[in-house]
Design a protein around this ligand. Structure first.
Ligand code: NAD
Length: 356
């Protein structure tokens, strides 16, 4: 890398994947400007290690604030943008879709508008090197029958939930800003991530912590819904590659080649915890599994075909789901300082759902 470090603006860098991206980019020698509104899902403890690094800056800001975003882009002389900030919890999107449309659609529009104005001001090499990486989800492709193949970049969009519909809309905006205005946009759509620092209202941390505390382990329907799982460190590495080497105007599907039913995921967690923290005088934690009424619009299956990113950018997921979930469980067991206060917020009205 050259003497002048490339400055990457990461939106949503206090969230689960954004914080992994901040840590990953700092480790790889970039300058990182983290912009986050610090909603219930944002947590500066997740980027505690970055704080001490001179190549890291944090701004509390809202992506809907177009002029505020433009100020940060100019002040920090941002070289590339990775946009992760979003509302992300499917169950919350069903209870209250308005904030999903505001942040995911209007916010992405405002950020694209700011990035376009900034990109137009840049001259020569800086303008040529600029990229706007829009980070999205496989959920935009909608419900995949059990017997079908996996989603490719050419799969049609058919979102089922307010969350996935708002993400699909933001993908279309990002693509349109490239096609219409020439903004150098790249897009990625990835499968479900898991790993350290995931807010405990998502399936894997919720099940780990409920199982530890001998509480019920809620599973939607009969647990047959299938997701592809990707560990967050692999995800962060793939996102860096897409930002740095992705072809302008292209999208890349990122997947872990690790399809599992929700019930299989929950049972695996129970078995590993039984081994690491045996229950005194009781049977398996599988006994705590409790099937609850299915979520409306619950997609049966998501599966990603990652051939394009494997072929074109040389990325592939490392390790297996079983090794990744073991490391994740070990991290939650060792880091109660991080999740303890968040679990307590349950009593302060934070809704804990079972969204993957
Ligand atoms: P998260 O909910 O853990 O974090 C989102 C972050 O965005 C939080 O720090 C929050 O404070 C911030 N934020 C929310 N609204 C904001 C606003 N208006 N302005 C600035 N910051 C705001 O989310 P995550 O799971 O880390 O997901 C990050 C991105 O990756 C999202 O765009 C999501 O759609 C996408 N994605 C997630 C997954 C997954 O499995 N978690 C899979 C594929 C894609």
């Amino acid at each position: 890398m050259s003497e002048t470090k490339l400055t990457v603006m990461v939106t949503g860098g206090a969230g689960f994947i954004g914080s992994a991206v901040c840590r990953h980019l700092i480790r790889n020698g970039y300058r990182v400007v983290n912009v986050d509104k610090l909603t219930y899902a944002g947590n500066l403890d997740s980027v505690r290690d970055c704080n001490v690094n001179p190549n890291y800056r944090f701004y509390k800001g809202d992506i809907c604030d177009r002029n505020g975003m433009l100020d940060i882009l100019r002040t920090e002389r941002v070289g590339r943008v990775m946009h992760l900030a979003a509302e992300t919890h499917v169950d919350r999107s069903i209870d209250g879709p308005a904030v999903f449309l505001q942040t995911n659609v209007v916010g992405t529009f405002s950020l694209l508008d700011a990035a376009l104005a900034y990109w137009r001001e840049l001259g020569g090499a800086n303008q040529a090197s600029f990229r706007f990486h829009h980070v999205s989800t496989d959920e935009v492709y909608g419900d995949l029958p059990f017997e079908s193949g996996a989603f490719t970049e050419a799969s049609p969009y058919a979102p089922s939930s307010p969350y996935s519909a708002s993400k699909a809309a933001s993908d279309h905006l990002a693509r349109a800003w490239h096609q219409t205005y020439g903004l150098p946009v790249v897009i990625s759509n990835s499968s479900n991530s898991y790993g350290p620092y995931q807010f405990p209202d998502k399936l894997i941390p919720l099940i780990i912590l409920n199982a530890l505390e001998e509480q019920a382990l809620p599973v939607y329907g009969n647990g047959a819904n299938v997701r592809d799982w990707l560990c967050v460190e692999d995800h962060a590495q793939a996102l860096e590659l897409v930002l740095m080497r992705g072809q302008i105007g292209e999208s890349y599907n990122i997947g872990g080649r690790a399809e599992r039913s929700n019930l299989a995921v929950v049972r695996t967690i129970c078995d590993i915890l039984d081994e690491k923290r045996p229950r005194q005088g009781l049977g398996s934690r599988r006994d705590l599994i409790s099937f609850v009424a299915d979520r409306p619009g619950h997609d049966r299956r998501y599966a990603i075909d990652p051939c394009k990113i494997e072929r074109e950018l040389g990325w592939s997921a490392s390790g297996t789901f079983e090794s990744g979930i073991r490391e994740t469980i070990a991290w939650y067991l060792a880091n109660e300082w991080w999740w303890g206060p968040l679990r307590c917020e349950r009593h302060a009205g934070v809704r804990l759902g079972i969204s993957e």
